[in-house]
Write a new protein. Structure first.
Length: 151
């Protein structure tokens, strides 16, 4: 079952509308033509989404991975706050609007294929919905450690 992420704020429900009201259409002085050109160069999956890896700009720590469609990328590039597409809820969410754990954009880069973003942020509070700083805290998997000197 695939979720169609391109919905209007009114269709997305009250939470998305509240988030949209706080950042969509805001006159931020951002160069929207630059944002549109950047979005045009990205490669979204068949579900209309691409992965966004979020990294703490101060510590370089990977905080989380989330999903964006073109509108979420547009909002992120033009508002200074990070917006995602929630696959489980089927709506936009701007990180921190309900939890207070906000993310402020420091930079956004695409990978060499244009199908993944690296979003560097100033993170206020926990990045993970479980309350941990990173979604990867305490979730290590057992793996054989490779040794480059052994080859």
């Amino acid at each position: 079952m695939s979720v169609e992420p391109r919905v209007t704020d009114a269709e997305a429900g009250s939470d998305a509308g509240a988030e949209a009201g706080s950042d969509a259409g805001a006159d931020t002085g951002a160069d929207t033509s630059a944002a549109e050109a950047a979005i045009a160069g990205l490669k979204f999956g068949v579900d209309g989404l691409l992965a966004a890896i979020v990294q703490d700009d101060e510590s370089d720590r990977v905080l989380m991975l989330a999903w964006m469609d073109a509108e979420a990328v547009r909002r992120t590039l033009t508002t200074g706050r990070v917006t995602y597409w929630s696959r489980s809820r089927g709506e936009y969410w701007r990180k921190g609007d309900t939890s207070g754990h906000r993310q402020y954009v420091r930079s956004v880069a695409s990978d060499c294929d244009g199908d993944t973003l690296l979003v560097r942020v100033v993170q206020i509070g926990a990045a993970c919905h479980t309350g941990t700083r990173s979604c990867f805290d305490g979730r290590e998997l057992s793996a054989v450690v490779g040794d480059p000197a052994a080859e």
